[in-house]
Write a new protein. Structure first.
Length: 207
């Protein structure tokens, strides 16, 4: 009787595994057996979504204005840099010319006493045309002129304290303004650089 009450072990149907075996049970268990399965697909709703990508007239106007403002700013920067560079070149060239004139002026200063002697000899009539001294004087004056040295100062010129050095003043009824009466030493310029001021006698209006 004990044989009738025993619990026989039931065999799984269809040769399957026992109820505790879950190796074949899972989320993708059924899909693995399908040869046409390519994996999970995206939700079709994403493909059908209507994404708004157009810009409004206000957006386009804003972008155009921003682009125009940026171009104007860059143009102003370019113009400013160009003007600054042009001014820099002008200053550099002017300073270079002034320095060149100063160097030449310092060089020819050692010749000024010789030029003064030639002027005095000419006033006294010692530079007779065709004489050896006249030929030497001509060569020396020509050499200094090629260096840019220019003589100034003559009787009858209006007195300019920036150009003339008054060593004597004489009242004269013949003038209405201060006027150079006589030149004691000739003045010299190289370009805009004064090498030496002219020493003059000045006639002033008589009271």
């Amino acid at each position: 009787m004990s044989d009738q009450n025993s619990n026989p072990v039931e065999e799984p149907l269809n040769g399957g595994s026992s109820a505790g075996d879950t190796s074949e049970v899972g989320e993708n268990a059924g899909f693995a057996e399908d040869p046409g399965y390519d994996g999970p697909t995206e939700d079709a709703s994403f493909e059908d979504a209507d994404v708004e990508t157009s810009l409004t007239d206000a957006d386009l106007s804003f972008l155009e204005q921003a682009e125009s403002d940026l171009a104007a700013e860059r143009l102003a920067d370019l113009q400013r840099v160009t003007a600054e560079y042009a001014n820099y070149r002008k200053r550099t060239e002017a300073n270079r010319e002034i320095e060149r004139e100063r160097i030449i002026g310092d060089t020819v200063k050692i010749l000024l006493p010789v030029l003064d002697d030639i002027d005095r000899a000419e006033k006294h009539g010692d530079l007779a045309e065709g004489s050896a001294l006249a030929a030497i004087a001509g060569k020396l004056r020509g050499a200094t002129e090629r260096l840019g040295l220019v003589a100034y100062g003559a009787a009858g010129d209006l007195f300019d304290p920036n150009l003339h050095e008054a060593i004597l003043q004489q009242p004269s009824p013949d003038v209405t303004a201060e006027t150079v009466l006589d030149v004691v030493e000739t003045g010299y310029m190289i370009g805009t650089t004064q090498v030496r001021a002219a020493k003059v006698v000045v006639a002033v209006p008589a009271n």
